[in-house]
Design a protein around this ligand. Structure first.
Ligand code: CA
Length: 250
């Protein structure tokens, strides 16, 4: 069911949709009718275009077809669960960068963490106030719009500076803060070879006392994290010189 609802009239007969003009479209994936109606009403009143899906499979299809500006994703869904849907969204080029806010039931801390680890950008706990949800939507859209300028990439490896997220061929990668900064540095300066002491200066900062060996430890961790599933090793060790990041030849 694709449901482009018509603008609603408020008590004075004015079209509430035109309150704040917006060309942004939001996809609601939620099976509970009450919540869907509440979300739909408030989002339209705030000027958003709204598309709705009632189960996970339909949600995925609509996300691919319409590429909305943001997705509100319920956790417990028929046919395809929220976490599985999220995984599939993040695996597809067309939907990879669509911001997602999860709607979780109260107290489901584990789900929330799984969601954030699985690539959700934010979450709202049910029951939520429409005002709180709208504030989150606006904040996330501000945070992610123009996000492509903050995307560094090399051979299927992507680092999103805005969202502090790293992906390799659509798969989410978890990095510690030092590995993240190392990778950012390499992505900004691809093919350039850096010695350990140069890396210490730029990535760790000059006034911190760290042994050169520490650099090797973090390079090893970074390598292990980004070269998942036997993918091409993008980090090159240059003997007696240092390290560089090289785009793969494929
Ligand atoms: Ca549900």
């Amino acid at each position: 069911m694709v449901d482009y609802q018509s603008p609603k009239n408020d008590m004075n007969g004015n079209k509430t949709r035109s309150a704040i003009p917006s060309s942004k479209t939001i996809l609601i994936i939620e099976d509970e009718a009450d919540i869907k109606i509440l979300l739909d009403y408030n989002l339209q009143a705030a000027g958003f275009g709204v598309i709705q899906a009632s189960d996970g499979e339909e949600g995925l299809l609509l996300a691919i077809e319409h590429q909305p500006d943001l997705i509100l994703l319920d956790w417990m869904l028929p046919l395809l669960s929220g976490i599985e849907l999220l995984r599939q969204l993040r695996n597809r080029t067309e939907t990879r960068n669509i911001p997602v806010i999860m709607l979780t039931a109260k107290g489901e801390e584990a789900d929330r963490l799984r969601g954030l680890n699985g690539g959700a950008d934010d979450y709202v706990t049910k029951p939520f106030s429409p005002a709180e949800l709208l504030a989150r939507v606006h904040a996330l859209l501000r945070r992610t719009s123009g996000g492509h300028n903050n995307l560094l990439s090399c051979s299927g490896l992507e680092l999103d500076l805005e969202r502090k997220r790293v992906m390799r061929d659509g798969q989410l990668i978890h990095l510690g803060p030092t590995e993240f900064r190392l990778l950012e540095h390499f992505l900004r300066n691809q093919r350039r070879v850096y010695s350990r002491s140069q890396l210490l200066d730029t990535v760790w900062g000059g006034d911190v006392f760290v042994e050169l060996r520490t650099v090797d430890v973090h390079i090893r961790r970074l390598r292990k994290a980004i070269n998942i599933d036997n993918k091409t090793d993008l980090i090159r060790t240059v003997r007696s010189m240092g390290y560089s990041l090289e785009p793969s030849a494929e």
